[in-house]
Design a binder for this molecule. Sequence first.
Ligand code: FES
Length: 146
Amino acid sequence: FGNKLHFYLNVSSVEIDNPDPDITLLNYVRSIGLTGTKLGCAEGACGACTIMISSYDKKSDKISHISTNACLTPLCSIDGKHVVTIEGIGNVKNPHPIQERLALLHGLLRNNPNPSEEEAEGCFDGNLCRCTDYRPILDAAKDKSN
Ligand code: FES
């Protein structure tokens, strides 16, 4: 065993020897150039640092996808998991349809491809939009053209 951390980050397998137990997942991804994940409040209130973590549950034989605040997530807690940052979904030249429709829904569409408006609104919990408002995002969620 030793002090080795292994996880998947977007499309890459990552191994880190003797990981710093104090570093957050946010600081780690930003330190390697994945700066699409932002630092806002650093205390779990704004959602600017949201990333997706997928994990396999042996008992239920299912994969779950959750969005989480990378600013509060210790890097060492993601051993054996799959982390997807915004760079792993698409980019400016090749955006994923979800990015075009609704970047802020995160794991909802994976877990529930046809969310009700109430369910979509529930995904805003813990995410404070500072640049527009929530209406265009909800409209994008309703757009099933992609
Ligand atoms: Fe605000 Fe993480 S930076 S929730």
